[in-house]
Design a protein around this ligand. Structure first.
Ligand SMILES: *Cc1c(COP(=O)(O)O)cnc(C)c1O
Length: 350
């Protein structure tokens, strides 16, 4: 680090992304990417943008917002797109957590990093023994609450009725629901955004829409909250969504059949993989996402991840004390998961 670095950044622990590799002999199940490419219609729209790249993109993402508002059944003034939902979350932490933030102790790693980065007091609320979130644990907290639903890396879903209780309990407390995985079987809270002005739902096109490489995420909330987030965006980077990402996103929304068929394929592969793994004696969380949170018999999560890696299967292990037996395995194609199960079968015999 140079002698010019601001002291506020010198002690921070940044996010460590999962290993990225282009080596096609490896089976990459470590970053919850979709195994299928973006929709052909989306690719066609994106290609048409390449010859216009000399021009800045539309800072308001007008066409994308119009189509997304139709898809989500909200007003256009209730939507904002950004450079991945990570950027949406950064805007929220920066602008909308003046009384601190609370989130589960086991959840998406960026929440605690953003809290530290923006100097916000973070309260980590322990999950219960079974990894579930109990909203009663948040009843005394007055700051902003951030909950990934379904949660990551556990995969567990909180019913919408529970979130509605949180919204009603304290109308002056902001609730942020991160729906990165909602398309794989979750219950979205988007329909609550016109009834509750203390709710922000954020989501991403990275997972269910096969666009991790494009960086496209969104926020849906009441108009006033979206105006706050736009304020941050226009103080930071008005052109945060590039032309290719916006065109891919629009194409993805228009090509509903393709979206549904890829999502359904991931869900059925997930269900088949879950059955095969539990038949082999592995422990699994009941997931509503595109990943499994699972433990091998008689083996630590770290050893399980290493044993898979030796056989060319990359998964994610998080070094969290209470989750030391578990690894997170993204759902790939049927073929990739068949190979994963074969390796697990060998591992379970050891
Ligand atoms: C993947 C993920 C994100 C980030 O998504 P991007 O749009 O790719 O930035 C946010 N929250 C959770 C819980 C995620 O798993």
């Amino acid at each position: 680090m140079s002698r010019f670095l601001s002291p506020s950044l010198s002690g921070i622990s940044p996010y460590i992304p999962g290993e990225q590799t282009e080596d096609s002999t490896l089976i990459k199940l470590n970053t919850n990417e979709n195994p299928y490419p973006p929709s052909p219609m989306a690719i066609e729209l994106a290609q048409a943008e390449l010859s216009r790249m000399q021009l800045y993109p539309d800072p308001s993402c007008t066409a994308l917002v119009a189509e997304a508002a139709r898809y989500f059944n909200v007003a256009k003034s209730q939507m904002l797109f950004a450079n991945g939902s990570d950027e949406i979350l950064a805007f929220i932490f920066e602008a909308l957590c003046p009384k601190g933030v609370a989130f589960p102790d086991v959840t998406y790693g960026f929440y605690s990093i953003y809290a530290e980065h923006y100097g916000i007091k973070a309260t980590k609320v322990p999950l219960h023994e079974d990894f579930s979130v109990n909203i009663d644990d948040y009843s005394d907290f007055d700051g902003t609450i951030v909950i990934a639903n379904p949660n990551a890396p556990t995969g567990l879903l909180l019913p919408r009725t529970e979130i509605e209780k949180l919204l009603i309990a304290k109308p002056d407390r902001l609730i942020v629901i991160d729906e990165a995985y909602v398309d794989f079987g979750g219950e979205s809270c988007v329909s609550l955004t016109d009834r509750y002005d203390n709710l922000i739902v954020c989501g991403t096109f990275s997972k269910s829409r096969s666009m991790a490489g494009a960086r496209l995420g969104y926020a849906i909330a009441c108009e006033a909250l979206i105006a706050d987030l736009k304020l941050v965006k226009f103080c930071f980077n008005p052109y945060n969504v590039n032309r290719v990402a916006a065109a891919l996103g629009l194409g993805s929304l228009l090509d509903k059949d393709y979206f549904v068929s890829c999502r359904d394929a991931v869900i059925s592969t997930r269900e088949r993989t879950s059955v095969a793994l539990s038949d082999l004696g592995f422990t699994l969380m009941p997931t509503k996402t595109n990943f499994l949170y699972c433990a091998a018999p008689r083996m630590s999560g770290k050893d399980f991840a290493n044993a898979l890696r030796e056989q060319g299967v990359i998964v994610r292990y998080f070094d969290i004390a209470r989750c030391k037996d578990y690894v997170r395995v993204s759902i790939g194609t049927d073929e990739q998961m068949a190979r994963f199960i074969d390796v697990c079968r060998e591992i379970s015999k050891k």
